[in-house]
Design a protein around this ligand. Structure first.
Ligand code: SAJ
Length: 427
């Protein structure tokens, strides 16, 4: 489809850059805007500053075809998309400064009939209570002479280019005509359903998707703690209960990380703290898991001179992202306890962290326990010969239920047999 229309995308990160490239591919003439000169410079050379499968080739093609370019300031366009980050403040509330600055930066370029879309994750009512007033102050009438909508993204890194096309999109307008205008924009390349709603329902549904997972993971994590007290195998219980056709207990773990599940629920809590009881308790349960893991480690290794081989730093398996990772909290708690640590993560580069990352063999050397904190594929089948040769005690404590141990000489602990750790302490 060749629309011959102009688009300006503000924010060339994990969402803005792939989105810009997809719109360019579908015929829009796209100007990407970023405050980072490196991102701008690279894009104009047809290069990318982030990693994502298939993105490099796509951007190269679109820049070469003249449909995609970048600059530091916005420009006139038919449609503006804002895809800047929403970090959180100390108290976990949303820091809307980037979204507000991005909105203000396009004001000088707005023309009657333009469509403005916010993709950034925002607390409920932000479109109505924060963005619309900025437009009104500039004498626009949102919904009448400018169309305004929220269209949250829901893509998973590694699958962004596929999910941008295939996922259902929720489009919430400040009024019906705004939602329809924004929906027309996404119809350029989205093959999934496009569900049109109000801005506040779109804001809330995005946050509730991630909150649903966070709350359910908290339930699984609480089950682990209850099971530890009552000597129950939590993992077996989850497996058994999930045979029920309408039950889907999630998987427990060392905590919840990443920039979505561990962050988005707070955007609901900040707007309705007294009502968000389950949501805020779930956050507390998930945040308590690093301490719970360390309490189990202390039972396993009462001697704080012991060395622990910590396997996995990222917030989930097979990625290189350490943002909000519970593994980082566990590391610092273990350091505070005084344990010696050998840290190994084949997906993390040395320059991403401010401590030393060992090789597999060095991490194992003289260790008395391998503490698995991430379910990388590399950890599912460990080199057992090295474990037996290098470790002082061949013990594995697997918080992700991902390691398969074959040798009977290696002692395996996980969230399914915490009673055995308790028994050790009593012995
Ligand atoms: N986790 C568990 N137990 C589980 C599932 C996950 O402990 O049963 C942990 C993971 O180890 C990780 C965290 O939860 O620490 C989050 O992982 P994730 O894969 O569930 O989610 P994200 O943060 O990578 O991506 C989510 C996705 N949302 C949902 O699945 C509802 C994604 O679709 C969104 O685009 C993304 O958030 C976002 O940007 O909001």
């Amino acid at each position: 489809m060749n629309t011959n229309k102009n688009m300006c995308v503000i924010g060339l990160g994990y969402i803005g850059l792939p989105t810009s490239a997809m719109f360019a591919k579908s015929g829009w003439s796209v100007t990407g805007v970023d405050v980072n000169p490196l991102a701008v410079e690279k894009l104009n050379k047809g290069e990318i500053h982030i990693e994502e499968i298939g993105l490099k080739e796509l951007v190269e093609n679109e820049v070469e075809a003249g449909r995609l370019r970048a600059q530091l300031e916005p420009t006139e366009a038919d449609c503006f998309i804002i895809a800047v980050p929403t970090p959180h403040n100390e108290d976990n509330s949303a820091d809307l400064n980037y979204v507000i600055e991005a909105t203000k930066s396009m004001l000088p370029f707005l023309k009657e009939g333009n469509t403005v879309i916010i993709e950034s994750t925002i607390p409920p009512r932000t479109i109505n209570d924060v963005i619309a007033p900025i437009l009104k102050e500039a004498r626009w009438k949102p919904g009448k002479d400018i169309y305004l909508a929220h269209c949250p993204e829901r893509v998973l890194p590694g699958r962004i280019l596929i999910e941008l096309v295939e996922n259902t999109r929720i489009i919430g307008g400040i009024n019906e005509v705004s939602a329809q205008k924004a929906a027309d924009v996404y119809r350029s390349f989205v093959k999934g359903s496009i569900l049109v709603t109000s801005a506040v329902s779109a804001e809330m549904s995005k946050l509730m998707e991630n909150t649903y997972r966070d709350v359910n993971i908290a339930l699984a994590n609480e089950l682990v703690k209850i099971s530890e007290k009552l000597d129950v195998n939590a993992l077996e219980v989850i497996q058994l209960a999930n045979h029920h056709p309408r039950v889907n207990l999630h998987q427990p773990g060392p905590g919840v990380g990443g920039h979505c599940l561990a962050v988005d629920p707070y955007f609901i809590i900040e707007k309705a703290p007294e009502q968000s009881i389950l949501i805020s308790h779930s956050r507390k349960i998930n945040n308590s898991m690093p301490e719970f893991v360390v309490s189990q480690v202390k039972k396993l290794l009462p001697d704080i001179d012991s060395k622990i081989a910590v396997f996995g730093l990222t917030y989930k398996g097979n990625i290189d992202d350490v943002r909000e990772s519970p593994a980082m909290n566990i590391l610092s708690l273990l350091q505070t306890e005084g344990y010696k640590l050998g840290i190994y993560d084949p997906h993390v580069q040395q320059d991403q962290v401010n401590f030393y990352i060992s090789t597999f063999e060095d991490a194992l050397q003289n260790a008395e326990c391998i503490l698995v904190l991430t379910d990388h594929n590399e950890f599912k089948q460990l080199d057992e010969e090295s474990i037996l040769n290098k470790m002082k005690n061949p013990v594995v404590f697997d918080t992700k239920n991902c390691v398969v141990i074959n040798s009977s000489d290696i002692i395996y602990f996980g969230f399914g047999n915490l009673d055995k750790i308790k028994a050790l302490q009593k012995a």
